[in-house]
Design a protein around this ligand. Structure first.
Ligand SMILES: [Zn+2]
Length: 314
């Protein structure tokens, strides 16, 4: 007799499972500074930077948490002044943020105060993504699994040989890359730590003029060239900034919360319940057209064309 098993597995991935991307440096002496909301872990020679990071991290805590109406438990910052490398990384399942102290001097973006920029950016990631989780930090995915067995060929066997196993993962986190990076660069209106600068504007306009904008789906993922990945940031920043300016910052929270609903797996669905009114979508569409009038010629973004399709469906 064939047996068919349908199994839901709530995979409780160990939090340590994500630490494999972290390089440890046991050869260094590590110390910890405690702030009001955060702990900053640093090695020899990075004490002054660690103190600045603790100060900034506590200062940006309330503005970012209040925007998303979400407050994480204690966040751990790890300061790295080891490599000739500049970056920040947020481990949102771990409540951990790594900061490389070398300032990012990047031709494709303007000049910024590095530590204020990277801490506000990474902390926005941590808060916004945790606020968008459907379950909890300890359940990043649910697996729907089916197992089937051949009929038993011998009477002394309980089951036949397995003839197929299906494992289908269902992520409990569905934040497209453009929205995650857009909100992280936007931060809050009153923050002056990252800006829509002339570099970003020029690059986006060049894409529009060349008819080379990322499509809606391309904006949702990385895995491109370095310039292509930067365009995910750029497009996301432009669109997030537009949503915040046009509809108010609260919309960033509403979209985030909608992404966290159990039955909601796309940003389109999150939009449709938060920016439902056709009038609003139309305004968005028209504004984006106006934004890209170049030499008297109206240049349409592909994003707007996507919205136009939505409008036609309503
Ligand atoms: Zn980021």
């Amino acid at each position: 007799m064939k047996k068919l098993f349908l199994i839901f597995i709530f995979t409780l991935l160990s939090k340590n499972g994500f630490s494999q991307f972290t390089e440890f440096h046991p050869e260094l002496d590590w110390f910890t500074i405690k702030g009001e909301h955060v702990e900053v872990h640093y090695h020899n020679g990075a004490e002054r930077t660690a103190k600045v990071i603790a100060k900034i991290a506590d200062e940006v805590w309330d503005p970012i948490c209040s925007l998303y109406d979400y407050e994480p438990t204690k966040v751990h910052y790890v300061v790295k002044d080891i490599d000739d490398y500049s970056n920040g990384a947020t481990y949102f399942f771990d409540n951990k943020i790594e900061i490389w102290t070398s300032a990012l001097d990047f031709d494709l973006r303007g000049t910024h105060n590095w530590l204020r920029n990277v801490i506000s950016h990474e902390f926005t990631h941590l808060v916004q993504i945790q606020a968008a989780m459907k379950l909890s930090r300890s359940i990043p995915a649910v697996f729907l699994q089916m197992i089937n067995y051949q009929e038993e060929r011998r009477p002394d066997l309980l089951y036949g040989y397995p003839n197929y196993v299906i494992s289908y993962p269902i992520a409990t986190l569905n934040v497209p890359a453009w929205f995650a990076e857009g909100t992280a660069q936007y931060m809050r209106q009153e923050f002056d730590y990252d800006n829509w600068d002339a570099h970003r504007d020029m690059i986006l306009r060049s894409y529009v003029l060349d008819g080379n904008m990322l499509t809606w789906n391309e904006m949702g993922v990385f895995g491109k060239t370095s310039l292509g990945n930067e365009s995910v940031y750029n497009s996301g920043f432009a669109l997030t900034r537009y949503i915040a300016q046009q509809y108010g910052e609260d919309k960033l929270r509403e979209i985030t919360k909608k992404l966290g609903k159990l039955g909601n797996f796309t940003i389109d669905a999150a939009f449709s319940v938060t920016l439902l009114l056709m009038r609003h979508l139309k305004m968005f569409w028209e504004k984006m057209e106006m934004k890209f009038i170049v030499n008297g010629k109206v240049i349409l973004l592909k994003i707007t064309q996507n919205v136009r399709k939505k409008l036609n469906r309503i």
